[in-house]
Design a protein around this ligand. Structure first.
Ligand code: F6R
Length: 609
């Protein structure tokens, strides 16, 4: 949801900012822009569209010699994607340039106040008012001005500001949106995410909410909201930039699909000691898991789909009541949650606004909290009592694949540990479960062999208007994720139904030629799902059946196409059955000419409500 960058050093800023923006493009791609301090005055280059459009414009208007500047890639919230609404925004007197990620909720009242004070509003955005406010408070001290400015703001923000009065200096701050400061040799870079700073450094500081930083080449001063100096904690990026590059694949998504065996392996292996999951060091103590009256899982999108599998795992292995709810509903409902309960939030980015708010609500109500998060030191990771990191590495494709798989892996371990802690699993049984979980990376490699088959199936059905996914139990949870993958990537309308629900309404949508994809990887339920398959076939549907049931795998007469999945316990099967579904979404999107890594209207890391 918008990416911001800034650079202060002694070499040309524009190429570094541009490269940083390319690496943040997954956060939004409606417009892009840059502000540079050239010979004492601000130059702003911005345009509707993608970073490539900005690059063209920079080439046409350059060269630029500035060694300090800020940049932005936008996911439009307030105001259409247009040149004028693109960031950076300039203050009324033209001496302040600002980039913003987030939403200013009270921008209308601020706009009115500013207009009355004689400021001219030029854009439809919520962000522009911040530049004018900064101008209003600026009397030579940018840190003080930014501190005063944010006192007037309601909402969320990560802000980067440069002023014509202070060449070589930028100031920044944040609230509920990510911002890191990369520490290079005599140069400094700010960014919304790590990949953007890697051309300059691997060392960085995560700015905390309300802190304000003043940055010049190689010098950083950070103060808290009361103006007191803060000693920052320096962190180091442990992965290589190649992890955030395509590495020969046509799309990040295909690369990330293929990385799933490793993501699952890396998430499981370090946590297995003596064949059992050890999670206490990460804040998930047996005491916490044993005492939980209820476990509330909350997340958004695919992360919630992982949570739906997690619910079934925890209920079956640990016999604890579990609710799994969309974070945007949880936060505005009146969840029955208190000090006796455990709240588990799941998030790849660790910055999703609704999930963060749900976490804060659970904490406020006194619940213990655990986060399953991919991005190290993200807001959710820092605020939860315990953190289970998913070691999937950077995920760039907007549609998640490997992070979802790693979330499932982390939830398997959590469920087994909870079972042990609550005495519903004996040590030997728990060891057996861990052994099966440990098999998943190998089975995922095996599952990857269906690539050609899925490409072929996509070619047969890519022109359909609508598709349906059906399944029961964990297959139904996997269907929900499969359906989301297909629709978000290929823009084909699709629905996931619990197979048993078909006859209660949705079956009226089935007509000759409708594609139904049935997941049947739980042998105790495949017979039931098969009856549903037969009833849609009787109404002329084409059926793709994904199954690991030996009886069905050898007897494909019930369907038009059979996708064979390796045998594994039903509770673990979504890890395997989702892979051909990710491939189906991918190939269908490619065949329809869709932008696989950057689906329309979407962005990764949804830091707005
Ligand atoms: C879909 C997808 C989204 C995310 C959701 C939550 O492919 O990626 O549905 O799962 O926006 O994001 P995180 O996990 O970052 O909280």
């Amino acid at each position: 949801m918008c990416g911001i960058v800034g650079f202060a050093g002694s070499r040309s800023a524009a190429p570094l900012l541009l490269q940083g923006l390319y690496r943040l493009e997954y956060r939004g791609y409606d417009s892009a822009g840059m502000a540079l301090l050239e010979q004492g005055s601000l130059r702003v280059i911005k345009t509707r569209g993608r970073i490539a459009n900005l690059e063209e414009k920079l080439e046409a208007e350059g060269p630029f010699s500035a060694c300090c500047g800020i940049g932005h890639t936008r996911w439009a919230t307030h105001g259409e994607p247009s040149d004028i609404n693109a960031h950076p925004h300039i203050s009324d007197n033209g001496r302040v340039a600002l980039v913003h990620n987030g939403i200013i909720e009270n921008y209308l009242e601020l706009r009115e106040m500013l207009q009355k004070a004689g400021f001219t509003i030029r854009t439809q955005t919520d962000s522009e008012v911040v530049a004018h406010l900064f101008q209003m408070y600026y009397q030579g001290d940018a840190v003080a001005a930014l501190g005063e400015t944010v006192k007037r703001l309601r909402g969320s923000y990560a802000l980067g500001v440069i002023t014509a009065d202070a060449p070589g200096q930028l100031v920044c701050t944040r609230r509920d949106n990510p911002l890191i400061i990369g520490l290079g040799q005599g140069e400094t870079m700010i960014a919304s995410d790590i990949p953007a700073i890697l051309a300059v450094t691997r060392e960085y500081i995560v700015l905390s909410d309300y802190q304000v930083a003043k940055i010049t080449a190689g010098k950083i001063e950070i103060v808290d909201q009361w103006g007191a100096p803060v000693a920052p904690k320096i962190e180091r990026v442990t992965w290589d930039i190649s992890a955030a590059e395509k590495g020969g694949y046509e799309h990040f998504m295909m690369k990330e699909i293929c990385e799933q065996p490793k993501a699952v392996q890396d998430t499981i292996t370090p946590r297995l000691k003596n064949g059992l999951p050890q999670l206490a060091e990460e804040g998930l103590t047996d005491d916490m898991l044993r005492k939980a009256r209820t476990i509330h899982i909350t997340a958004c999108g695919s992360a919630l789909h992982a949570g739906l599998v997690g619910k079934q795992l925890l209920e079956r292995l640990a016999r604890v009541p579990v609710s799994a709810q969309v974070a945007s509903e949880f936060r505005y409902g009146e969840p029955i949650i208190g000090p006796e309960d455990l709240c588990v939030v799941i998030s790849q980015s660790g910055e999703t606004a609704d999930t963060l708010a749900a976490l804060r609500l659970a904490k406020k109500k006194g619940a213990q909290t655990v986060a399953v998060v991919n991005v190290v030191s993200s807001s959710i990771a820092r605020e939860a009592d315990g953190v289970l990191y998913t070691w999937a590495g950077p995920e760039i494709s907007v549609a998640t694949t490997k992070a979802y798989s790693a979330q499932l892996a982390a939830l398997y371990l959590m469920a087994i540990r909870t079972g042990l802690a609550r005495g519903t699993l004996g040590e030997e049984e728990a060891r057996q479960w861990c052994k099966q979980v440990g098999e998943l990376p190998r089975l995922l490699e095996q599952m990857l062999e269906c690539r050609e088959q899925m490409q072929h199936l996509a070619s047969l059905y890519a022109n359909r208007q609508s598709m349906f996914f059906i399944g029961r139990g964990t297959d139904y949870s996997a269907c929900q994720e499969a359906s989301l993958k297909l629709k978000e990537l290929s823009y084909i309308h699709s629905e996931a139904y619990a197979a048993g629900e078909l006859k209660h309404g949705p079956i009226s949508l089935i007509e000759p030629g409708t594609l139904v994809i049935a997941l049947a990887c739980d042998p105790t339920l495949t017979g039931k799902t098969l009856s549903n398959v037969k009833s849609v076939k009787a109404r002329g549907a084409s059926v793709i059946l994904v199954t690991n049931d030996p009886a069905l795998r050898e007897n494909p007469e019930f369907c038009d196409h059979l996708v064979r999945a390796p045998i594994c316990p039903p509770l673990l099967s979504p890890s395997l059955s989702i892979l051909p579904m990710q491939l189906l979404g991918y190939y269908t999107a490619v065949m329809r000419g869709c932008d696989v890594d950057k689906p329309r209207n979407l962005a990764k890391s949804v830091t707005v409500e």
